[in-house]
Design a protein around this ligand. Structure first.
Ligand code: NAD
Length: 450
């Protein structure tokens, strides 16, 4: 499909100045909120059809989180859009300095399948708040949700403001041939590189929200019961198909057995003793991903779970022990309900192990000791994370969310989203009441010469 005319229409609409009006932005966000609320049940049904997401998970991780993001944005938008007066150095006497946030223009948002509604709409909130137009390319692997997204957006916004382009890789590539003013991509590291290469042709700025292997460390002094429950929650939510899910566990040797007992209990509490017959357990998105995940089940020793339902594409919450960095499961992001566990004695050994791999998107450390927490924070670079929790950091609008190195470029959520979709235009306002000569050439004695 030819997207040139759509992009052109959006550019013209952007140049009309409409999207820059604060009242227009607020009204658009209110419309979006209204449409999400009106389609709550349809969204729950679509997410059930695409991924067998439970109503609880669909609401908390795809709907409620967006309603909260819109509420927060609407509340703070009037102050975010204001030009910020900043300091002026003495060398610039007579002038004042301002930073004007301005929208980029026409933006492209490409999103993945794992939270197919939330990850398409959360960046859109930032794009609208900052005064941009947007084209969203949702994932082809969750067609019901992508269709509904398209329906919702077209019912509230004209295409020259916000449009949804459904389709697969070809659609993505056709869009990437156009000259966008900003590209916001959420997806795999591999495709992130394709996006950046395409963006480079037009020097289009990008945000890349990628993935990677996110470690979770349970130290010997951790509150084991709480650690077990919070890790089981963060790992098995959405059947492990969460970019910031703990990918693998490092548990201190002295507490490993005790931790695993609590972990089994926590998993049963959350998903029952027979999760495969739990109608609310999310399925794996495709047969290809199911087969990839199933092949890991012969790595190390299955200590918890390990059963699968090929027809239903479900895999039990599973723990593998006797794992080393050489195992296939430790080569790439797992993105499924399988948790490999390695043990350690010295924190320094695992820090070295993590250093030998690309910067994680998230990291979690469970310890009651501040010096252990500091040692981890000071010595490992990662996108973001938690001390004594998992995943929760991404739900705070005060914490910019994003990766570092291979796990991504840039960040968003809350004011971070507004900043991401805004260019900071720096302006110096100079006086004409006097003109200091020392900046000009051939003036030796400053003011005396005027
Ligand atoms: P993906 O990279 O395969 O696809 C993401 C999007 O890119 C889809 O819309 C897809 O159609 C498109 N795409 C795929 N191949 C393309 C190509 N060659 N050229 C242009 N576009 C292409 O990712 P996925 O499988 O949908 O999602 C899983 C990945 O996303 C995981 O690695 C996960 O960690 C990551 N992720 C990151 C975050 C985050 O916030 N950092 C959130 C969710 C998922």
């Amino acid at each position: 499909m030819d997207y040139s005319s759509l992009v052109l229409k959006q550019k013209q609409f952007f140049l009309s100045g409409k999207t820059k009006e604060i009242d227009f932005r607020k009204a658009a966000l209110q419309k979006l909120r209204g449409a999400i609320k009106n389609n709550e049940q349809q969204l729950i049904d679509a997410l059930k059809a695409d991924l067998n997401k439970s109503e609880f998970e669909a609401y908390t991780t795809e709907i409620g989180i967006l309603l909260e993001e819109i509420r927060f944005t609407l509340k703070h938008l009037p102050s975010w859009v204001k030009p910020q007066k900043v300091k002026t150095p003495i060398t610039h006497i007579g002038s004042t300095s301002y930073v004007y946030p301005e929208p980029y223009g026409v933006t492209l948002i490409i999103s993945p399948w794992n939270y197919p509604f939330q990850l398409a709409v959360a960046p859109l909130i930032g794009a609208i708040a900052a005064g941009n137009c947007a084209i969203i390319k949702p994932s082809e692997l969750t067609p019901k949700t992508s269709q509904l997204l398209s329906l919702i957006i077209s019912s509230i916004f004209p295409r020259e403001f916000v449009a949804v382009a459904e389709g697969d890789v070809e659609t993505s590539q056709a869009l990437l041939n156009e000259n966008f003013d900003y590209i916001f991509f959420t997806g795999s590291v591999q495709v992130g590189k394709v996006i950046m290469e395409a963006a480079a042709k037009n020097l289009t700025p990008v945000t890349l929200e990628l993935g990677g292997k996110s470690p979770c460390i349970v130290h010997e002094d951790a509150n084991i019961k709480i650690a077990a429950k919070r890790i089981a929650w963060g790992k098995f939510m959405n059947a492990g198909q969460t970019c910031v899910a703990p990918d693998y566990l490092y548990v201190h040797k002295r507490i490993k057995e005790d931790f695993l007992l609590h972990f089994k209990k926590a998993t049963e509490e959350l998903y029952s003793e027979n999760p495969l017959s739990n109608p609310n357990f999310t399925r794996i998105v495709s047969e290809r991903h199911f087969n990839r995940l199933q092949s890991f089940l012969n790595n190390g020793t299955v200590t918890i779970g390990g059963n699968v339902n090929k027809e239903g594409l479900t895999i039990e919450p599973t723990v593998l022990t006797n794992i080393s960095w050489d195992d296939p499961i430790m080569q790439d992001e797992i993105f499924g309900p399988i948790l490999p566990v390695m043990e350690y004695e010295q924190l320094s050994d695992i820090i070295e192990g993590i250093h030998n791999h690309p910067n994680p998107l998230a990291l979690y450390v469970f310890s009651e000791n501040e010096s252990i927490q500091k040692e981890v924070l000071n010595n490992i670079s990662f996108g973001g994370g938690c001390i004594n929790d998992t995943v929760y950091h991404l739900a705070s609008p005060y914490l910019p969310f994003g990766g570092v190195g291979n796990s991504g470029i840039g960040s968003y959520h809350g004011k971070g989203s507004f900043n991401t979709f805004s260019h900071n235009k720096s302006v110096l306002k100079q006086t004409t009441k006097f003109d200091l000569p020392f900046r000009y050439p051939n003036v030796k004695d400053g003011l005396k010469k005027i």
